[in-house]
Design a protein around this ligand. Structure first.
Ligand SMILES: O=C(CO)COP(=O)(O)O
Length: 266
C-alpha cells in the first residue's frame, strides 16, 4: 500500500525566525492524536519544503519529530560543485537534513526557465545521492483549453524521468500533478479531473517504465489544496497525497489539511 504524503511548499516565505515559530506550534500538535498514531503506523508521511535559509532551523526543530516527518528543498543544481553563483548542490541539500527535493515546479519552469532537460539532469543528480526527487508536472490554462493537458504532462513526466531505472521509481521518486491554473488562484481541480490526470500519469509510467514502478509510485495533487477540499481529493484511488502551497504556511491550516486527509484513509 502506498503511504500518503502531505507536503508543504513554502516557496519564498518564512524567515528563519518565522520558521522557528512555526515549528514550535506545529511539533506540539504533531505529537498528539491522531497524528502521532498515523505517523507511527506509517500510513502518513509529512514533509515541509522551507527556503534554503530556513533548512537548518527546521532540521534542528525536527530532531524531536516523530517518525514519518521529513524536510525537502525547493530546487537544486545538478552539478556536484563548481562556479555556479547562487546555486546549491545535491550534497549541500542532503547535508542540511533533507530527504526530498522539488524538481520542475511550474514557478521554476515559467519564471526561471527550467526546461525538461534541466528537470531530468536534476532528477538524476538527486538519485545519485540519498535524496528523492518530487517531479512536478502540470498544464497551463491555455494548454488545458486547447485540449493539450495529457500531451503536456506526459512529455514533462517522461522527459523528467528519462534514463531513470524502473526499480527506482516506486521507492525513490514522487510525482506531483499541479495544474498551473490552480496554483495560488483558489481554483482547485475537481476531484474527478485531478484523479483522471493522476491516473493517467500512473498509467504512462506503467506503459513506458514498468507496471511494478507504476503501482508503487506516489502521485500527489497540488493547486489550492485546503482543509475544505483535501478529504475529497485524498479519497481518490490514484491521488496519494498533496503538495500544498499557501495553506502550509500556518501551522493551523496545515494541520487541518493533515486531519482531513487522514479522514480519507479511515
Ligand atoms: O504550488 C503549489 C505547491 O507547490 C500550490 O500552491 P497553492 O496551494 O498556494 O495553490
Amino acid at each position: 500500500m502506498r503511504k500518503m504524503l502531505i507536503a508543504g511548499n513554502w516557496k519564498m516565505h518564512m524567515t528563519a525566525g518565522e520558521t522557528e515559530q512555526f515549528f514550535r506550534e506545529f511539533m506540539a500538535s504533531l505529537r498528539q492524536p491522531p497524528f502521532r498514531e498515523a505517523l507511527g503506523r506509517s500510513r502518513l508521511e509529512v514533509a515541509l519544503f522551507p527556503p534554503f535559509t530556513s533548512l537548518y532551523v527546521a532540521a534542528f526543530a525536527l530532531e524531536e519529530a516523530p517518525r514519518g516527518f521529513s524536510l525537502g528543498a525547493q530546487t537544486v543544481h545538478w552539478e556536484t560543485h563548481g562556479a555556479f553563483t547562487g546555486e546549491i548542490s545535491p550534497a549541500m541539500v542532503e547535508e542540511s537534513g533533507c530527504r526530498y527535493c522539488l524538481v520542475g515546479h511550474s514557478e521554476r519552469r515559467h519564471l526561471f526557465g527550467e526546461t525538461d532537460e534541466m528537470t531530468n539532469l536534476k532528477v538524476r543528480a538527486l538519485l545519485a545521492t540519498s535524496l528523492r526527487p518530487v517531479l512536478c508536472v502540470g498544464e497551463t490554462l491555455a494548454e488545458r483549453e486547447r485540449g493539450e493537458t495529457f500531451t503536456v504532462v506526459r512529455r514533462q513526466l517522461l522527459k523528467g524521468l528519462e534514463s531513470v531505472p524502473a526499480h527506482r521509481l516506486g521507492q525513490d521518486v514522487v510525482v506531483a500533478y499541479e495544474p498551473v491554473w490552480a496554483i495560488g488562484t483558489g481554483k482547485t481541480a475537481s476531484d474527478d479531473d485531478a484523479q483522471e490526470v493522476c491516473h493517467f500519469l500512473r498509467s504512462v509510467v506503467g506503459d513506458q517504465l514498468g507496471a511494478e514502478g507504476a503501482e508503487s509510485l506516489r502521485v500527489l495533487y497540488g493547486g489550492s489544496v485546503k482543509a475544505e477540499n483535501s478529504a475529497g481529493l485524498m479519497a481518490r484511488p490514484d491521488i496519494d497525497g498533496a503538495l500544498v502551497g499557501g495553506a502550509s504556511l500556518k501551522s493551523d491550516s496545515f494541520l487541518a489539511i493533515l486531519r482531513e486527509s487522514l479522514s480519507a484513509l479511515a
